[in-house]
Ligand binder design. Structure first.
Ligand code: ZN
Length: 134
């Protein structure tokens, strides 16, 4: 007589366990896919994308200078991006230090330059840059 009660209990138990397993797999999948995304640096000047590079393609550290009323020089390395010099008076962009994680950015308001580190999957502006380069 308790059979049906036990079966129901077990069925709901299995469903619950199933949901937990599915959630765990989903989280793991999300974690792995986000981990596999390449970091990509985007440099904007006056809201225009002027430079973009996947950090995985950086073999040797090099400097990239944004020329304008105020020049901003960025050191681009395999594992991050650093503003190493700027003509701006506040130097806030340099104080941001090295950007190493997706979503981090260094903005130089006086020079109207922003350096943004993002996942290459999110770097939708890539096509736009290709258009300019051609
Ligand atoms: Zn600055």
């Amino acid at each position: 007589m308790n059979d049906t009660a036990i079966k129901k209990y077990r069925l709901s138990d299995f469903i619950l366990i199933g949901i937990i397993i599915i959630c765990a797999f989903t989280l793991t999948a999300v974690f792995f896919t986000s981990g596999k995304n390449e970091l990509c640096v985007s440099v904007y000047q006056a809201n225009k994308l002027i430079y973009q590079k996947a950090l995985s393609e950086v073999e040797k550290p090099y400097e990239y200078t944004v020329y304008g009323d105020l020049n901003v020089t960025v050191l681009i390395e395999n594992d991050g991006v650093t503003v190493i010099s700027s003509d701006c008076p506040d130097k806030l962009c340099q104080k941001a230090g090295k950007l190493t994680q997706s979503g981090q950015s260094s903005v130089c308001l006086p020079a109207r330059v922003s350096i943004i580190l993002e996942d290459s999957a999110n770097a939708t502006a890539q096509n736009e840059l290709d258009g300019i380069a051609r």
